[in-house]
Design a protein around this ligand. Structure first.
Ligand code: NDP
Ligand code: MG
Ligand code: MG
Length: 341
């Protein structure tokens, strides 16, 4: 069983006694910076020249400086720029300004696990990874609750890295819910596997295939949309509340019987073999190499795939139908429908 810890197992003063630089002010960055600030931690935000995020951070009363200056004046550096740019930001602006005794923090182990970032000797390397999107991390904190976090220590140079990691986790509100001890390797590999095979990749493809089969068979796209996409949330909510068992308890006997007899026909054992192949590409670095090579080339493959996804007919139908459902609010002010970016 996993080692878990809570608010009482961490000492907030450990992080309150440090100077924290939060690099990036996006989904995770804004949540970490604001939650730490509200927990009485000395925080500054490091952003690049001309950053679009600067105004947002300053509007919240945060001090924004260059990445290099943020690192220089801090002894804890949390890197919350996108994974694919971290390597460059690290090499250009963070590494030259890191000192012995500093701590380098991540919210995902990608760059450490695959060797794109190598911390110098004498620097703690710690991960605090909330198991939820940044906007939820902020919202829960404001409401007095928290989103569970994974905590890992890759390098314990100071001998106190775990205390620091737990204190940081408490500062962002994560230990109100609970922290789970893990490693950079376990977090990175399972995170990539989950998002690729089930949460994002698997689900997106399943929904698109379901929509295609129904519309190609002559059913109306609006009806297909409700059956294969809209209702997914209700099912997933039940699973999150009480596992697959609660979902099956709640649905009709007809649906439950269909689940048993047709589920394994659609997701047959070959899918498990496919998942193993994906896992192996994650473990041996094939996925990371492909992703980073494409990003380094200006992301031609990524952009083409994004464009193709955005043009799937289900998006057109969905946009129209969501407009009819006033209770479906898009509460992410930054998200512009139709622009995948
Ligand atoms: P975002 O894409 O939301 O980060 C964007 C931020 O990074 C913006 O403030 C942007 O500023 C800044 N940025 C972009 N390029 C640079 C650069 N070259 N130098 C400095 N700042 C830059 O990232 P996420 O919050 O999604 O991810 C951050 C980390 O958190 C990743 O490691 C990710 O895996 C992890 N994570 C993310 C989760 C999530 O909910 N999204 C969940 C758990 C972990 P600008 O305005 O200049 O573009
Ligand atoms: Mg991920
Ligand atoms: Mg139905």
């Amino acid at each position: 069983m996993a080692q878990m810890f809570y608010d009482d197992d961490a000492d907030l003063s450990v992080i309150q006694g440090r100077k924290v630089a939060v690099i990036g002010y996006g989904s995770q960055g804004h949540a970490h910076a604001l939650n730490l600030r509200d927990s009485g931690v000395d925080v500054r935000v490091g952003l690049r020249e001309g950053s679009k995020s600067r105004e947002k951070a300053e509007a919240e009363g945060l001090r924004v400086v260059s990445v290099a200056d943020a690192v220089k004046e801090s002894d804890v550096v949390m890197i919350l720029a996108p994974d694919q740019v971290q390597r460059k930001v690290y090499a250009d602006e963070i590494a030259p300004n890191l000192q012995k005794g500093n701590a380098l923090f991540f919210a995902h182990g990608f760059n450490i696990r695959f060797g794109y970032i190598k911390a110098p000797e004498g620097v703690d390397v710690v991960m605090v990874a909330p198991k939820g999107p940044g906007h939820l991390v902020r919202r829960e904190y404001v409401d007095g609750r928290g989103v569970p976090v994974l905590v890992a220590v890759e390098v314990d140079a100071s001998g106190k890295a775990w205390d620091l990691g737990r204190a940081y986790a408490k500062g962002i509100g994560g230990l109100r819910a609970g922290g789970i001890e893990t490693t950079f390797t376990e977090e990175t590999e399972t995170d990539l596997f989950g998002e690729q095979t089930v949460l994002c990749g698997g689900t997106s493809q399943l929904v698109q295939y379901g929509f295609e089969v129904l519309t190609e068979a002559g059913y109306q796209p609006e009806i297909a949309y409700f059956e294969v996409l809209h209702e997914l949330k209700l099912i997933v909510d039940l699973m999150v509340e009480g596992g697959i068992a609660k979902q099956r308890w709640s649905i009709s006997d007809t649906a439950e019987y269909g689940d048993y007899v047709s589920g394994p026909r659609v997701i047959d054992p070959s899918v498990k073999d496919n998942m193993k192949a994906v896992l192996s590409d994650i473990q041996d670095g094939t996925f990371a190499k492909r992703f980073i090579a494409d990003q380094d080339a200006g992301a031609p493959e990524f952009n083409a795939l994004r464009e193709k996804g955005a043009q799937h007919p289900i998006e057109v139908t969905g946009k129209k139908l969501r407009g009819l459902m006033s209770w479906i609010q898009d509460n992410d002010a930054d998200y512009v429908e139709g622009s995948a970016a």
